[in-house]
Design a binder for this molecule. Structure first.
Ligand code: MTE
Length: 330
């Protein structure tokens, strides 16, 4: 994550046709949504249909969710194509190149899988992943995602608010922060032997951030279970923060009194802060955060887009940071 790299990979030719079909269907659905074919579909219905019918190779198990009614959870922006969402990734356990996770993460075994919810809670519990999946109703949420490196995507996630799980385990008054510990398995993760980061990958949130309805525990995207490279079988998604706050392949959720020491803060405390709220006014020490490149529309003449405060979620989350110096608490 220390450098901004161009996309150094090409799509295999076998995947070009389905992608073209997918884009064609998107246009058709847009027309339908606009009423051109008299189908009376709302644009939301069209998008739901798209998420569930887009043809592509290696289809995964279906995991659908009802359209979320959480405020801010459904941006109307154009979705980033599935192909980009699943081949341009950061998952350092599988390599540091953006194409490495899609190439290497097939080794990750997502069953059996447990998530231990522990620490400052009245009801600690080790959840089997299939029990965790059914703990609350799955929703579809379309979130803007902004990586600290300067690129962004729009992704239809499937999951439910982390707060649903938190309520079940009943945090004590000492639970001020939530720490996410992700899998470290040298047998299936070729890069956890490297010193690029300290493993396991650890992330954290303040308890109010973790309880915020937009904070998602995600099990799927595009109407299917998560591909391994996107953090199967379960990950966090925190759309107003830089992407690295959204830990993948979570095995432990710990409620703690002190601010967790997260992997990126340990790796570069002057560059990556605990809060890491998307903020166009607070630059990374080595690059500006004022603009971003939207993956999937980065043609030669494509203009960068302005980055939005809290990634566009200020109305929903701004209040949590009232009175805080965001340049100091970056
Ligand atoms: N989680 C783990 N376990 N390991 C990682 O390397 N990378 C983070 C985050 N979660 C990472 C992780 C970063 S830097 C980003 S931008 C997002 O995952 C990328 O998620 P995506 O590949 O699904 O878009």
């Amino acid at each position: 994550m220390h450098f901004l790299k161009d996309r150094g990979f090409a799509l295999p030719s076998s995947e070009i046709t389905p992608h073209a079909v997918y884009e064609g269907r998107r246009d058709l659905l847009k027309l339908l949504a606009a009423g051109a074919a008299g189908a009376g579909l709302s644009s939301w219905a069209a998008r739901d249909a798209l998420a569930q019918t887009a043809p592509r190779p290696n289809k995964l198990a279906a995991l659908t969710g009802a359209r979320s009614t959480v405020a801010g959870a459904m941006t109307m922006e154009k979705l980033t194509p599935y192909q980009d969402v699943t081949t341009y990734n950061n998952f350092y356990e599988f390599g540091t190149d953006k194409a490495d996770p899609a190439r290497n993460a097939h080794t990750l075994k997502t069953r059996p899988w447990t998530v231990s919810v522990e620490g400052e809670v009245k009801k600690p519990k080790v959840y089997d992943i299939d029990e965790l999946l059914k703990l609350s109703a799955q929703e579809e949420r379309i979130y803007r995602m902004r990586c600290v490196e300067g690129w962004s995507m729009v992704i239809p996630w499937v999951g439910y608010s982390l707060s649903e799980l938190i309520k079940k385990v009943e945090p004590t008054s000492k639970a001020k922060y939530v720490e996410f510990v992700t899998l470290v398995d040298p047998k299936t993760m070729p890069y956890v032997g490297s010193r690029v980061l300290e493993w396991p990958y650890v992330e954290g949130l303040r308890i109010d951030e973790a309880m915020h309805p937009l904070t998602l525990l995600s099990f799927g995207l595009y109407g299917e279970v998560l591909p391994n490279q996107n953090g199967a079988p379960v990950r966090a998604v925190v759309p107003w923060k830089y992407g690295f706050k959204s830990g993948k392949s979570i095995v432990k959720i710990r409620f703690v009194e002190k601010e967790p020491r997260t992997s990126w803060v340990k790796a570069g405390p002057a560059e990556y802060g605990f809060y890491s709220n998307v903020n166009p006014k607070v630059d990374h020490p080595r690059w500006s955060q004022a603009t971003e490149r939207r993956i999937g529309e980065d043609g030669l003449f494509q203009k960068k887009r302005p980055t939005l405060m809290f990634n566009g979620y200020e109305a929903q989350v701004g209040q949590m940071y009232a009175g805080m110096d965001l340049a100091k608490h970056f």
